[in-house]
Design a protein around this ligand. Structure first.
Ligand code: NAP
Length: 311
C-alpha cells in the first residue's frame, strides 16, 4: 500500500485513534502520524508505547501541516475540539471524525470548518469495551464497515481519499446520509447498549444474588450484557444525549414489542412466542451470511482473542 496522507493528526488517543495508528502503520498509509490528547497521562502512555511518530502537547501543534485531522474524542466533545483546531488547519486539509453519532457531530463541527478545508464525517462500526491508548490494535477494522456521511456538495476527491485510507485499514466503506446513519445505529447499536445497561442494572439491584448466582451461573446471554455494559460511560452518555430522537423512537417501538411478548407469556400464547423467535433466528443467520459474525459455538469466543462490539 502507498502513502495516502503525508501527515495524519489524531486528536484524542483512545481505542479508536490507537487502532487507526496501528492499522495505518501496518499498511504504510501515512507519512507521519501525529497525536495529542488532553491529559498529560494519556500523552505520556502514548509516547511510551510509541503509538504515534510524534506526540504534541497542544492540538494547535498537532494539526499544523496535517493533510488529515481525525477527531477521536467522545461525541459531546467534538464541537469544542473543532473550535480549537480551526485556526491552525492547513488549506486543502480534510477534517474527519470517528464519532458514533453523525448528525449532532456535523452540527457541532461543521460551522468551525474554514473555507478551503474539507469535512468528511466517518464512523467505524468496530470497537471493544476497552478504552485508552493501550486498547488499540491493528486488526480492529478488518472486514468491518466504516460509514462516511459527507453532506451533499462535499469535495468528491476528499471523500475518495478518506475512503482509500479506511480501506487500507482493512475496512469496508459505504456512504450514508447522516440522519439515516443515526436511525440505523439506534437500532443496531445504541438501543441494544441501553438494554444491556438496564439488564445489568436490574441484576445488580437483586443484590442478594449478584455476588453469587448471577455471576456463577451467568450463561452467554447475561455475560454478553455485562461485557456491553462495561463500555465507556462518557462515550455512551454522549451517544444518548446526541442521538436522542432516533434512540427514543426505537426505544418506543421496543417497549411496544416487549409489552406484546409480556402479554403472550401471561396468556400462554406459545404460537406468538414461537413465531417471533423464528423470525429473529433468521436475522442471526443473515448476519452470519453477511460475514459479520461466526456461527461457531459460543460465537467462536472460546478461541477469539478479542470480542467485537461497536459504538
Ligand atoms: P477512549 O478510548 O475513551 O478515548 C477517548 C479520547 O478522547 C481520550 O484520548 C480522551 O483524552 C479524549 N477525551 C475525552 N473527553 C474529552 C474532552 N472532553 N475533550 C477532549 N478530549 C477528550 O474513546 P474511544 O473508544 O476511542 O472513542 C472515541 C470516539 O470513537 C468516540 O466519539 C466514539 O463515539 C467513537 N467510537 C467508539 C467506538 C467504541 O466501541 N469504543 C466504536 C466506534 C466509534 P484523555 O485520555 O486525555 O482523557
Amino acid at each position: 500500500m502507498s502513502v495516502i496522507y503525508n501527515r495524519v493528526a489524531l486528536i484524542g488517543l483512545g481505542l479508536i485513534a490507537g487502532s487507526m495508528a496501528h492499522a495505518m502503520r501496518r499498511a504504510g498509509l501515512a507519512g507521519e502520524i501525529v497525536g495529542t490528547a488532553r491529559s498529560p497521562q494519556t500523552r505520556a502512555i502514548a509516547a511510551d508505547i510509541g503509538l504515534c511518530d510524534r506526540i504534541t502537547a497542544t492540538v494547535a501543534e498537532a494539526v499544523q501541516g496535517a493533510d488529515l485531522v481525525v477527531l477521536c474524542v467522545p461525541p459531546g466533545a467534538m464541537g469544542a475540539v473543532a473550535a480549537e483546531i480551526a485556526p491552525h488547519l492547513a488549506q486543502g486539509a480534510t477534517v474527519s471524525d470517528v464519532g458514533s453519532v453523525k448528525r449532532d457531530v456535523i452540527t457541532q463541527v461543521g460551522p468551525h470548518i474554514p473555507a478551503g478545508v474539507h469535512f468528511v464525517p466517518a464512523h467505524p462500526l468496530a470497537g471493544t469495551e476497552h478504552s485508552g491508548p493501550r486498547a488499540g490494535f491493528a486488526e480492529l477494522f478488518d472486514n468491518r464497515y466504516v460509514l462516511l456521511t459527507p453532506e451533499p456538495g462535499t469535495d468528491a476527491a476528499a471523500v475518495a481519499r478518506l475512503r482509500a485510507l479506511w480501506e487500507g485499514c482493512g475496512a469496508r466503506v459505504e456512504e450514508m446520509d447522516a440522519d439515516h446513519h443515526d436511525l440505523v445505529l439506534a437500532v443496531t447499536s445504541h438501543t441494544p447498549h441501553l438494554i444491556a445497561y438496564t439488564m445489568v442494572g436490574v441484576a445488580d439491584d437483586l443484590r442478594r444474588v449478584t455476588d453469587s448466582e448471577v455471576i456463577k451461573y451467568s450463561a452467554a446471554g447475561f455475560r454478553d450484557f455485562t461485557r456491553i455494559a462495561a463500555s465507556d460511560p462518557t462515550m455512551w452518555r454522549d451517544v444518548f444525549l446526541t442521538n436522542k430522537d432516533a434512540t427514543l423512537e426505537i426505544l418506543g417501538r421496543f417497549t411496544e414489542e416487549l409489552f406484546a411478548l409480556q402479554r403472550a407469556i401471561r396468556r400462554g400464547d406459545g404460537d406468538h412466542l414461537h413465531a417471533y423467535f423464528t423470525r429473529t433466528r433468521a436475522i442471526r443467520r443473515g448476519i452470519i451470511e453477511a460475514g459479520q459474525d461466526t456461527d461457531a459455538p459460543d460465537f467462536g469466543r472460546m478461541k477469539a482473542k478479542r470480542e467485537p462490539a461497536e459504538g
